[in-house]
Ligand binder design. Structure first.
Ligand code: ZN
Length: 149
């Protein structure tokens, strides 16, 4: 849904004259669109940069399109880092959207640290279900960062 830009963000409602306020629900600045919510918003940027750091990847300031292009190249292969990054990417999309909806519908805000924690937990559960928890010294840093040991 996010990749196809089909999430019901406020920019979509503005196009059809359903709402007047187009501000991002999470940060209150910038028009709420897919690109803002998942790439430009400081909240999402903080979360994504931490996720990249946990994967041993230096964070970069990127737009939605740049990130997607980078992911298409980076998500090839079956290394542990690639598997974690794939799971973390889907977890990132899910949990940032969930944060937006929690704030919009319930007026509940969670810190970016909480969201990272939820993504880590989701990645960990999925890796264990795939039996990818076998210790490998070559990926020791990944195991430690993602609390897999
Ligand atoms: Zn925002």
């Amino acid at each position: 849904m996010a990749i196809l830009d089909r999430l019901p963000t406020r920019d979509w409602f503005i196009r059809f004259d359903v709402v007047n306020d187009d501000a991002c629900v999470i940060c209150g600045s910038g028009m709420e669109s897919r690109d803002h919510l998942f790439a430009d918003c400081f909240y999402a940027r903080n979360v994504w940069n931490v996720v990249l750091g946990l994967c041993g990847i230096r964070s970069i300031a990127d737009s939605w399109d740049q990130r997607l292009n980078w992911l298409v190249v980076s998500l090839k292969g079956k290394s542990l880092r690639t598997r974690i990054l794939k799971l973390a990417w889907t977890g990132f999309l899910y949990h940032v959207w969930e944060e937006r909806n929690f704030k919009f519908f319930r007026s509940i805000s969670r810190s970016s640290e909480d969201t990272v924690k939820r993504i880590k937990e989701a990645v960990k559960i999925k890796l264990y279900s795939l039996s990818l928890h076998i210790i490998d010294d070559g990926n020791k840093e990944l195991y430690i960062n993602w609390e897999l040991i």
